[in-house]
Design a protein. Structure first.
Length: 196
């Protein structure tokens, strides 16, 4: 039975580096968080057709006071979809596959001290080939750093996501790949970062 007095909640992306407690909260700039949240909101509109999505973005009006953030987010999304590897990760080979977009879940994990932690999670994008495999794609904004640092920073989160998708789909964890779409805010860099 779950003892609620021993339960804590954390955000999946606010975690410690690999090898430490899975997700110790970290600080981040409000501006970075606000941009990342806005970018996620726009990416949530992407279904199976990238060109239709880009047309939809062109017709969206920026919320009052968010014009600069909107323009920057739309430009970063365009950059992502111009990159052949990112475009393929997001919309390539979707025929006959199940697509989850912004799917919510609760991840339950037991910490080394025996306390239970409930981590609310939102899978940005999961492409499932029923009975065979899955690919988890997670959008990450970053200020500086390398692809290797991004991979290391989110390895704990992606491991938990892979385990959760394995339980939800019945697939073995080894059949589930995880990729980050790295979107750097200190320049124009975007990249697919393979976690595993």
């Amino acid at each position: 039975m779950l003892n609620l007095t021993d339960t804590t909640r954390r955000q999946p992306s606010a975690h410690a580096a690999t090898g430490e407690a899975p997700w110790a909260p970290q600080t981040s700039e409000l501006r970075g968080k606000a941009f990342g949240t806005y970018l996620h909101g726009l990416f949530a509109r992407l279904g199976r057709d990238a060109d239709a999505f880009l047309c939809e973005l062109e017709g969206l009006e920026a919320p009052v006071g968010q014009e600069a953030v909107h323009a920057q987010a739309v430009e970063r999304i365009r950059a992502c979809l111009r990159d052949p590897r990112i475009r393929h990760a997001l919309v390539g080979e979707l025929a006959g596959k199940v697509l989850w977009v912004e799917r919510k879940a609760a991840i339950h994990q037991t910490l080394p001290d025996g306390a239970t932690e409930i981590v609310p999670a939102v899978f940005d994008r999961v492409c499932i080939t029923p009975g065979r495999s899955a690919v988890i794609v997670d959008y990450k904004t970053a200020r500086g750093g390398t692809e290797a640092e991004l991979r290391e920073r989110y390895a704990g989160q992606m491991t938990a996501y892979r385990d959760a998708v394995a339980r939800l789909t019945g697939l073995p964890a080894e059949a589930i790949r995880c990729q980050l779409i790295g979107i750097w805010t200190d320049g124009a860099r975007v990249a697919v970062v393979d976690v595993f």
